[in-house]
Ligand binder design. Structure first.
Ligand code: NI
Length: 176
């Protein structure tokens, strides 16, 4: 297994639309294992393939406290969403250090394929419902900050770009 590089907002590649997975082979299994390792190491509760620059409809999630309940969603579809909404303070491994409230349906019914290509359905509420919807947005090229006001989003963008410049500068000094 190996750790994958996570794209940081506002990287344009985060806005690519992911294609459905059609081949369930050892390459896919390795990608899932690497994404899971990258998510746990970060640490985070979810990671979409789009975030590691692989534009295929694949998501890994573990919302458990113990970190031993890995869920894999391939080609996920939302079959039903509740009218009832919930606001949750979301964060994202592609927007480190930023948390803000996003309103989404409180419960969703999702159909997806597992790592072997077998279909399954799940009724999700609470954090799992938030997480599934957040990660499925990534597959559509959408980052959660796009739900926030333009003012907030521009502030976040500026903060991310500043941190990126600082990291690059630190690296340059380190190699001198
Ligand atoms: Ni995210």
């Amino acid at each position: 297994m190996s750790l994958l590089n996570i794209l940081r907002y506002p990287d344009a590649r985060l806005h690519k639309i992911a294609k459905p997975v059609t081949v369930f082979d050892t390459r896919l299994k390795k990608l899932i294992a690497d994404m899971a390792e990258t998510m746990y190491e970060a640490p985070g509760v979810g990671l979409a393939a789009s975030q590691v620059d692989v534009h295929e409809q694949l998501v890994v999630i573990d919302t458990s406290d113990t970190g031993n309940d890995l869920r894999v969603f391939i080609n996920p579809q939302i079959l039903w969403a509740s009218e009832e909404k919930q606001i949750y303070d979301e964060g994202c491994l592609s927007v480190p250090g930023v948390y803000d409230g996003v309103e989404r349906p409180a419960r969703v019914k999702v159909r997806a394929l597992d790592a072997d290509g077998k279909p399954f359905e799940v009724d999700a509420d609470g954090l799992l419902a938030v997480c599934i919807q957040h990660e499925m947005d990534h597959l559509m090229g959408k980052v959660f900050v796009e739900y926030l006001s333009p003012l907030k989003r521009n502030r976040i963008k500026a903060k991310m770009l500043k941190e990126e410049r600082e990291q690059k500068r630190d690296k340059q000094y380190a190699t001198r």
